[in-house]
Each structure stands twice: as C-alpha cells, then as structure tokens.
Design a protein around this ligand. Structure first.
Ligand code: MIG
Length: 708
C-alpha cells in the first residue's frame, strides 16, 4: 500500500474497509486491524478511545501480533496467536489469579452478589483488553474495540475474542515494558483526572446509615475513636421511597444541615444515585424524562419498564447526548445541599427479575452524535460508562471549581475517565479478601487505577478477625472504604473488640501517614497511566519469578505491601527491599511494608483527615542503593479544584546521598508554581532491617550521622 492509500483509509470509508482486511499503525507501534465486512456504524465512535486511532503508515512486515478474523455459529471471532512464553494480564474486573493464562472471562456486566452468578466468570464491568508480557520483559496489549457481548480467552499461545455482535476491529500496542504499555494505553484511552485529595482518605459506609442523626453519630465516633477518616456515605435509604434526587422527609429532612455538620467535622458526604427512575406521574424526574421522551425503549418502541428498588422504573437512555445533558442538570440542586461526591450503583443496569438481572437485549437505544441507534445487546456493557459520563458532566455543571468524585459499580474500558470503581457486592470471607488483591491489581492493569473492594466484605457478617486482617491490607489499595449490607453485623472499626479497633486505627493511621506518597502515586497514574496499585512484577519486568505474585503488591513504585496472611511471597531484586515500620510497635495484623533500595518516601505527620493534613513537616524514609544514593518525588497542590492544570502544583525532587557516615537529603523544586510551605524535615534511614531517625530540622536540607 502506498502512503496515499493509507491516508485515505484514515477517513474510514466503510466501503474501503469492507474490501479487504486492512491494518495500519497509528503511532509507530500501535496497529489497528479491520476485519472483512467491518461496519463502523456498529462500533464507532468508540467509547474506549479518547481520539480515534489515526492511520499514519502501513504495517511493517515484521509486525508479530496479528489477529485472524473469522465467523462461526453467528459469532464474530478474532484470534491472536502468540509466539514464545507470554504471561497474560488484564481483562478487567475478574475473579481468580493475577496471571490470566488459561482463563475465560465473560464481558457482560452483571449484578452478581458475592460474585456468585455463573461462577464469577463475568462481573460488573467489562474491559476487552489483554496485556501480554514476554520472557524478556517486553509487552504488548490487545484491545477488542467492541461493546457487544463477548468472551475473552487466554490460552498460553492464543488469545480469542468471541462476540455475539458484528465483526469488530482489534488494536495491538507494542512496547518495551509493561510500564510503557500502560502509558500507551492511557495515550489511547485518556487519563484519569486527579481526584480530590479527600477521595484518597478512609471512608465509612453502610447500607444504610439512617436517619441523619445516625450519620452524625458515626462521624462523632470516628473522631472520638481517633480513626482518621474523610468520607461518610449515604446509601439508598436517604431517599424518599428510593426516588433518586429526593430526600426522605422524615429521616433526612434537612440534608444541608447534615452535610454542614459533616463539613464542620472535616468529613465529606457522598450520596447514592441509581439509574432507575420511579415510573410515577408527578415525580419531577419521571415527569421530565417522560416529557423529553428520554427513556430506553422496549422492542416495540415503548418506554421500557423494569423493577428496581422504587418498584417499576424507567431508565434514561444514556447513549443519547440530549439525555446525558438532561441528566447532568439534575445534579445542580442536589449537590447544592452540600453533597461532595456521587455513588452510581445498579448501572449494569440491574433490573430485578429481568433477563440475567438486567433488561432484555432487544431493548432499543437511540444513540446520537455519530452513535447509531441499536439494541441493548450493543449498549448493555456501556450503560454504566455512559451513565457516569453524564454524571460527571452534572457534577462539573453543579460545581465547576471542584474535581468531581464519582464511584461506579459498572463500567467499561475507558470509563476511568469518568469514575472510580469499587468491586461490588463481595462476601465477608477470607477467600474474597484474598481475591480482592489480584482483582484490584488487574483493574489497574486494565486502565482503571482507582479501585478497591468493600473492606470487611459486603454480603453476610464479618468477624472482628476478618475486619482486622482486611483493614490492615485494604488501606494500601487505591480506594479505601468499609461497607456492609443491611442486616449484617455492624462493621465499623469499633464494632468488635478493643483489639480490632486498635488494629484498624493503626492501619488507617498508616494510610494517612503515607498520604503524600499516595497522592504522588495518584498523580503519576493520572499523568502517565501507571497504576497506583501494581503487581510486584512491575518492579522488575525481566524477573520471571515475580510474574505470578498476587498476594503481595506494590503501592506506587517504591513500597511493597505483604499482607500478614500471605506467608512467603516472591520479592523483587533478590529480596533487597527493606522492611519499614511507621509506628513504634506494629501489631500482628499489620502488613509488612518493604521499601525499594534507591528510594525516598515522604511521610506526613498523623492527621485525622486530609483537610487537616499538612506537608510542612515530613519524615523522609531513605533506603539507599548500593551506590549510597536514593531519590523520590513529592507532588503537592491545593487538593481540589483545577489550578493544578495551569501550573498550580509543585513537584519536588527528594535527593539523598551518603558521604562517609553522613546522610543528606535535599528537596528541590522540579516543576510547577505552587508555593511550598516552610518545611521541617526528619530523616528515617532504612537499612539492614532497622530505622535510624534524625532530629527535626528546618529548611530544605536535612542530614543524619549514620551509625552504620
Ligand atoms: O440491590 O444500595 O452494590 O453497595 O449497598 C443492592 C444498596 C443495591 C448494591 C451495592 C451496594 C449497596 C446496595 N446496592
């Protein structure tokens, strides 16, 4: 093919596509493969990509990872044969191990209590994405640009996507390392914008805290018990008869007063909004939606009605730009009561008694702005994505100066642009606690850096021991929230024994001590797609002994977290990472933390919320490498708002050197115009399993005379 012809293909004329299988590269190592009979109208514009992959050059002859397209039993299939030893990762929200060789995953979002439906083979979200890491540490990624129902199977030498929809295109990315692959994925799909700092704090939730006085009691108890916390969550019972955008006139009669109370105590308030709108004349949301004819239709073109919490419900057709714009307007008055964030649940969508807990696949969506009308079978998997896309618009409309925070149960590859994730209705069991580690790592490797499970487990009752174990580990996940189901044993840190309370407090303290480091890791995720929570193998992609490790994990690039229950784990760099403690005495539940040689980790003084956290006094944990050097970074900004986009942030480099017995760390501004506070620094030298602290010192340099 001449370059000119390829440029033509770039305009994606369907006729040209149908003639033959075409493949071209969009940057020099991203290839897009089109099947015969490709019909762009059935797939594009893609919800996955931020920008349509552009045609630049013909595919080089030596390109190795190529799909074969076929049809069988009415299914559209893409098969990718791979050579050599490849470890597979990704495929989204999944049960089972981190390494995905020999697995089949369904991509059909479903409400699946305790991951019990179909043996946990498909969950609330779908990510048609497979990551391969070769023996030499080089990596490739495969995206099936397809929202239709499908499965992914990953055998050792073959990846297969099998879809009930029309033939779809496949994008293949080639990179030299998993790190670069993550960056390339974000270049295609867009980045997660920085969340507000408070969203990184500890969060207390229950189905449901009610009435409002109970919410205030929970807030008081967190403070009394010295459990640092940032957020309290309002589950569906705050509503009036489960009508979204309303408040129960008895139990939540004055949400503004409640939210003010929370704010005065340095908490934020997050409230749930479901997609199902109670079908009821006179209810403003239903009236507006019916007036605008905004509902998803059944196969006969009538508004579809299905049961959820409020009883019979209509469902907004979020594929429509006009519906998203309307939905966004609903948030204005709601947020004006002082609500800080929104929790979008049930958006698979869940329909009680519906086929596979959802709506019929022949329901009809209208699309718009280039998206053709189509059946639910096409749009089911992006119902949640389109909902949170609309919600995000709404939060920005209501509070243009604030970073939106939305938590969503359902989502799709690319949906990290709009919302964070929790992993749905897990079970209060040791097994599902362990399972949550590979699940959140895998979400991170699938482009969603901001996820976490219900700590303590949602379904059934946690024991004190389980909560202690889970909290000790869960505080190192990107999203940290304790949540439990109605009717189960209370699950707050103080609900069990004084020992459990102490364990939870120590663990949550650790989160807050590490907050400057955690925030810096979030910044890296939003900047270049590196997951906040990473598999251990990312510490050394060439070390094949790390490839299956999924009990231990990394938080950012410099800290390894080894849960107490993990036993022996595979450690990077020949086990040279050094244990650190953040408190005088850690109890038997606390995770073992190990620091990477060559790193500097900034640690704050303990605060009871991120509102109270300061970065003026920092303890710098220094673990020198063999050359007696170490470095790190600190990201700071206002913690909310968008000033950081125009220079209102600061990246400080933390440089440590050892000369003879003297350890010196120097802080110097690297990037951004945010004004650093006057600092007081303390060094913590980490070596040979011990920590030596310096005195507190004013200024941007601190030193320590080493004993060893
Ligand atoms: O049908 O809002 O996953 O976190 O507490 C259950 C009540 C509905 C499911 C969510 C869960 C939430 C619950 N919701």
């Amino acid at each position: 093919m001449t370059k000119k012809v390829v440029m033509c293909l770039g305009s994606l004329t369907i006729a040209a596509m149908a003639m033959a299988q075409a493949a071209f590269v969009s940057d020099n190592r991203v290839a897009v493969f089109y099947p015969p009979q490709y019909d762009a109208a059935q797939h594009e514009p893609s919800p996955i990509f931020l920008h349509e992959p552009k045609a630049l050059n013909p595919l080089p002859a030596q390109w190795s990872v190529r799909p074969q397209f076929s049809k069988a039993d009415g299914k559209s299939i893409a098969t990718i044969q791979v050579e050599g030893d490849v470890d597979f990762y990704g495929t989204g929200e999944v049960t089972g191990p981190l390494r995905r060789n020999g697995r089949t995953v369904g991509l059909w979002n479903i409400d699946t209590p305790a991951y019990g439906v179909d043996g946990g083979s498909h969950l609330y979200q779908s990510h048609p994405w497979v990551m391969g890491v070769r023996a030499d540490g080089s990596a490739f990624g495969i995206i099936a640009d397809n929202t239709w129902r499908q499965t992914i199977s990953t055998l050792d030498h073959k990846v297969t996507f099998e879809s009930l929809g029309p033939a779809f295109r496949v994008v293949v990315i080639e990179r030299d390392s998993p790190r670069e692959l993550m960056k390339a994925l974000v270049e295609l799909t867009g980045s997660m914008e920085l969340p507000p700092l408070w969203a990184l704090g500890y969060q207390q939730c229950r189905f449901s805290y009610q009435p409002d006085t109970q919410v205030m009691e929970i807030a008081d108890k967190l403070r009394e018990n010295k459990i640092p916390a940032d957020v309290i969550w309002m589950d569906i019972d705050y509503m009036d008869g489960y009508r979204i955008f309303t408040f129960n006139p008895k139990e939540f009669s004055n949400p503004k007063r409640l939210n003010d109370y929370l704010h005065q105590n340095h908490f934020k308030a997050v409230y749930m909004i479901d997609p199902g709108v109670k079908a009821e004349k006179g209810y403003f949301v239903d009236d507006q939606g019916s007036f605008g004819d905004y509902w998803v239709k059944d196969k006969d073109g009538k508004p579809f009605v299905g049961d959820v919490w409020p009883g019979a419900c209509h469902f907004p057709d979020f594929t429509r730009p006009d519906v998203r714009r309307w939905w966004a307007t609903l948030y204005k008055d709601f947020m004006a009561t002082g609500i800080d964030g929104v929790w979008n649940d049930m958006n698979e969508p869940a329909v009680f008694g519906g086929p596979e807990n959802s709506m019929p696949i022949d329901n009809w969506h209208l699309g718009g702005e280039g998206v053709e009308p189509g059946p639910h079978l096409r749009f089911h998997n992006v119902f949640g994505l389109n909902m949170v896309r609309a919600s995000r618009q709404g939060l920005l409309l209501a509070n243009p100066q604030k970073r939106p925070f939305i938590l969503s149960r359902s989502n799709f590859l690319g949906g990290h642009r709009y919302a964070a994730t929790w992993t749905g209705d897990n079970l209060s069991s040791v097994d599902q606690m362990k399972l949550s580690v590979p699940m959140s790592i895998t979400l991170g490797l699938s482009g969603q850096p901001f996820s976490g499970p219900d700590i303590g487990g949602f379904c059934e009752s946690a024991t004190g021991d389980l909560l202690a174990q889970w909290t000790a580990m869960g505080v190192f996940f990107p999203f940290v929230r304790n949540h439990s189901i109605k009717g189960s044993a209370q699950q707050e840190p103080w609900a069990f024994t004084p020992e459990v309370l102490d364990v939870c407090r120590t663990a949550i303290n650790r989160r807050y001590l590490l907050m400057p480091y955690v925030y810096t890791a979030f910044r890296e995720a939003s900047d270049c797609g590196m997951p906040v929570m990473r598999p251990v193998f990312m510490a050394d992609a060439k070390d094949r002994s790390l490839r299956s490790e999924d009990k231990a994990f990394l938080l950012g690039g410099d800290l390894m977290v080894i849960p107490q229950w993990a036993g022996a784990v595979a450690e990077p760099e020949k086990g040279t990472w050094q244990p650190i403690t953040l408190e005088e005495k850690a109890d038997r539940y606390q995770a073992v933390l190990k620091q990477r040689p060559g790193s500097v980790i900034p640690v704050a003084n303990l605060a009871q919320s991120t509102t109270d956290m300061r970065t003026d006094s920092l303890t710098l944990y220094v673990c020198l490498d063999n050359e007696g050097k170490a470095c790190g970074q600190l990201y700071e900004d206002d913690g909310d708002g968008f000033a950081y986009r125009t220079g209102g942030y600061l990246i400080t480099s933390l440089e440590a050197t050892r000369t003879k017995k003297r350890l010196t760390v120097t802080l110097s501004p690297q990037e951004g115009q945010w004004t650093a506070p006057e600092r007081t620094l303390r060094l913590a030298s980490v070596a040979n399993g011990k920590i030596q602290y310096s005195a507190w010192q004013k200024g941007n340099t601190a030193t320590l005379k080493l004993k060893h």
